[in-house]
Structure formats: C-alpha cells, structure tokens
Design a binder for this molecule. Sequence first.
Ligand SMILES: *[C@@H]1O[C@H](CO)[C@@H](O)[C@H](O)[C@H]1NC(C)=O
Ligand SMILES: *[C@@H]1O[C@H](CO)[C@@H](O)[C@H](O)[C@H]1NC(C)=O
Length: 603
Amino acid sequence: MWFISVSGRMCVAGLWCLLVLVVTTAAATNLRPPNVLVMLADDLGIGDLSCYGNTTIKTPNLDRLALGGVKLTHHLAAAPLCTPSRAALLTARYPARYGLVGNESTWSIVITNVANRAALPLDEVTLATALSAANYTTAIVGKWHLGSHCSFLGRRCPGPLKYGFQSFFGIPTTLSIDCRGPHAFWIFSLSDPQCQMLAGSWLAVVASVVVVARMLGWRWRTMVLLLLLSNFLTFVVWFKIIHLSKTSFRLTRVSPWLYRLLNSLLVRDGEVVEQPIRLDGLSQRLVQESRHFLAQHAADHQPFFLFHSFAHVHTPMFSAPHMEGVSKHGRYGDNVEELDEGVGSLLEALREHNLEENTIVYFTSDNGAHLEALDHEGQRIGGHNGRFKGGKLQGGPDGGIRVPGIYRWAGHLPENVTVDTPTSLMDLMPTLLDLADLPPLHRLVPQAAHKQELDGVSIARLLTGDTPDLPTDQETRVMLHHCRQVIHAVRLTRGQHIYKMYLKKQQWFPGSTQCGWGALTGCDCARNIDDLSHQPELYDLTRDPYEDHSPISPDTDEYQDVVGFLQQYVREWSAKVTYPPSLLNNGSLAAWLPWRQPVCLTC
Ligand SMILES: *[C@@H]1O[C@H](CO)[C@@H](O)[C@H](O)[C@H]1NC(C)=O
Ligand SMILES: *[C@@H]1O[C@H](CO)[C@@H](O)[C@H](O)[C@H]1NC(C)=O
C-alpha cells in the first residue's frame, strides 16, 4: 500500500514511468555480468558438513546450496593455513611465488599483528582488482589477514582497500584463541627465575638508594625521585618479560593480554570501530553487514562482488545465545552450525532481492580442520577432515588442503551435480571471469600482464558440464603442495588417474595423523620431516583415495613412469620459477611496530 501510494505520487505519468523502469532493469540484468558472492570459511574441515558425508552435524543451508549447484569433492587449497591460502585464492597464484609463506625457520608463518609491515605485495592482482576493473562494486566483510598497511600512529589501516576492495568491515588479521578474554595483566610469579631475578634486582636497587642517600645525606626529594625511576625501570623490564618475551615461542609473539589489546579489532574502511571485538554474536553482525550490502546493491546497474569471509570456525569458539549447545559436537559443532546459519541468511537475502539467477555463489574453506586445537579447558575445538589424513599446517596430506567447494549459479550451472576431478581454490578468478564472460585477466588489468602467471585455471567447462574440446582422459594437470616454501607433494591428474607423489612427509604423533594437542599447536613444516626425495612415495588416489594402503612399489612401470614425469616437472619448475625470500619470516616486516598500532578512541 505504502509503496503504491508513494510511487503513484512520484510517478506523475503513472504507467509509463513503471514501464520504463521495468524495461531498463530488464535490459541491465541481461547485459551486465553476473554478481559474485564468495563465502569463505576459516579452518572448516571437509568432514564437517553433512553434504560431504557427516551424518551427525546439521548444515541444511550448505546442503541446499550444494543441491542447487555443483559440489566439488576434490577441491584443494594452495596452502594449509590462512594467510598463504587466502592470498592464493584471491590472486590465483601460489603464495610462494611472491613470498607470502613462512620459511624453514620457526618464526612466523602468517601475518601476526595488525601493526606490522608484512603484506600481500601490492603489485599482485587480486580478484577484487580484476572485478573492479570490470566495473563491479566490490566489498569484503569479515576476516582479511593479508596485511593492514597501517599509517603512522595507526590512524588508518586500509588493508583490503589497497587490493581492489571498495569497502571493508571486519577483522584485519585473524581471530586467535587469545581473542577470548579477559587475560591477566599483572602476572608475577616468584617461582619463575626471571621474576626472581627481577625482584632481587629491585630490592637491591631500592636498598642501595636508601643506604647511599642516608650516607651522603641526600635530600629526601632526590631519594624519592630515584626510587620512582628505579620502579619505572623495573616495570619496563617486567613488561618486557611478561608481555613481550615470555611468549616468544607462540605464533602471536606477544602475551594473550597484549594480543587481545592489539589485534582484537574490527575495522570499517580503515578505521577501528571496535576494540576488543565482542565475540558472541559476531557471526550475526558480519552477516547483517553483508545483508545490508546486498540490499543496497541489489538494484544497481553495476554488478557487485561481495567477499564474505567468515570468522567461524577458527578458534576461539563463540556463538550467539540461540546457537549455544545446539549441535551434537560441543562448541565446535555449534560453531559449524552457526556458520551454516550465516550462509542460510546470505542465501535468503539473495532470494529476497531476486538475485539468485544473476549471482554466482561460491563457498569454500581456506584450509582443512585444525586437528590439534583445544580450548583452555582442554575441550577439542578442531574440526574433522573425514577419512583424509592430516590437517591444517601440513603440506602434503589431503586433510590439510582438501576442502569443501560449491559453485551455484541458478539457471546457468547444473543443479545437484558432483565433480570429482581435482580442482583448486586458485581456479576461482579465472573461472569467474570465464563464467561472467569477462575478458581474461591480462586484458582486464593490462599493467599486470608482464608478470602475472596464473596457477589457477578456468574450470567453467567442468562446472557447466559442457563437452570439453579434448576428451578428459587426455587432460593433464599438475598441482604442487607446499609446506611453507618447500614442495612436499605433487599431484597429477592424467586421464582417469589421480596420483600423488610425496617428496617430504611430516612425522605424526604415534597412532594419529596430527602433531600433538594444544590451542596453538600444529604440525611444523620445518621440523620432524622425513625426506623422501631419493625415493618418493606414490599413491594412486583413484584406487586408494585415503592413502590407506602401501604406496605403489618403485619396481612397477607405473611408478617409474609417473614419478619420472613428476620429478622432471619439479626440476623444470624450480629452474623456471624463483621464489623470493619469505615476507612472513622477515624480522623487520613481521615485527610489531608500536608506532603503527591503531587504537580506537571512541570505542
Ligand atoms: C567499465 O566502464 C567503463 C566506463 O563506462 C567502460 O569504458 C569499460 O568498457 C567498462 N569495462 C568493462 C570490462 O565492462
Ligand atoms: C561430524 O563433525 C563433527 C565436528 O567436526 C565431528 O566431531 C564428527 O566426528 C563428524 N561425524 C561424522 C560421522 O563424520
């Protein structure tokens, strides 16, 4: 009623006004490329979703998404952890090509602080840059983790705005178990040798000041000043011990208290708007933001690209009250189901705004489940990688890199189809440009052409089910699986066969396919590695998908043929592609820079 009366008043000429509106919208939707909605989960395992075979978890919205589109069962991340995998997703290139990986030392393997200089190199072309060049409205909501670029005093931290995104609301780096506070600031334990030494020195200094002052007959004001000074110096040393160095073995490099203070931030378009993040209900707030974006741009003439990067199901676990205790799998399960609820809400918004037929939807996870994760009470808060061995932070094993992958484009892609061919998260950009009938990247962003060699390929034909030009049994694809900068395994898709060759393998905790237990524990690509390069292990994943059986015997022709081919491939690759030094392990780039620390003054 309200709508009719308003438009009636506004459109004086009545009918023709409405007609023009209908015609122009129709023309616009026909001519313009489709919108893109990318949803990325964090640390979600392939065994965590009911559409991938989990019988006890409830993920009805993702199941429905899969039923309405193409489900990829052999979908692979380019890296087994956040920063590098996300970089690869957005650039379609192995992160080792531009140094956004750790190296063999144990320092840092992701971007650890908002206020540091490590970042995706600015000359890398992202999906957002490409789609901006194609006149899309681009936005990211949620976790970024590819570099914040904070200015002096942290007045602005543009982050994704430097990579083709026109707006950003979310988490500049990552959530971590430490984001769940509060944490103690005053920590002092006399059983700790460093604290003992500190207490001893403080007593000695105070006593000497008092004694010397009495002996030399100083004025009491001088004495008080000296005492204050020594207390201050003691405080500084204490702070360094407790908050900066006690925790140096940890990924975050600072104490839980300091980490939460510095990095638990929500940023909107470069400015901090919340510090620390209110975790419970965060999932809903991010989804609300994306729904708002969809509502705002539903009727635009320009298409949009929305990258909704979930905070779930990374540690710590958190949920809105109505999602607590809903699953059969503790807090982790609740988080998976809350993630699914968020997906449902975004899909619902597409439906409400009549966007389903002109929006390509893609869902995936940045890496496999973090098997080792425990919360402070010792409850397991890591996911499940189905029957695949290994998990997050492991280079070669499928558990760390084989993730859910769903493409849906109503009316354009087939429904309820499963594709078992190996595909990569890096295929996203070429595939979207192809599906949307946009020019290839080197024409869309000409300045990138000289260096932009893509590792992802368009899988549009696989998705549409169109007959490929070549019979599939002649197609060959090689994928490299790095652990940090080192190639641990190589996968070959050739004809009907999928092989995996291991050059290096992580030693697992006995009786498991993981490396211990703990909130920040995970396998370490730098230590406890078996070098198999003199005689690689070869598996035929078509016959032995979970690598349950012994590897193929080196005496067979099959082994000689495949391993020979792949070793040659790796030799040629190493001769052709030089990896720059690690940006994440570079002390001056990775270190926390206090003078760039953003602080929310209005929070
Ligand atoms: C983007 O818009 C500009 C200006 O309207 C136009 O010249 C250009 O062709 C458009 N690019 C694409 C890829 O559609
Ligand atoms: C389903 O997922 C939960 C959460 O990761 C896991 O604990 C459980 O083992 C899975 N169940 C099955 C049957 O795969």
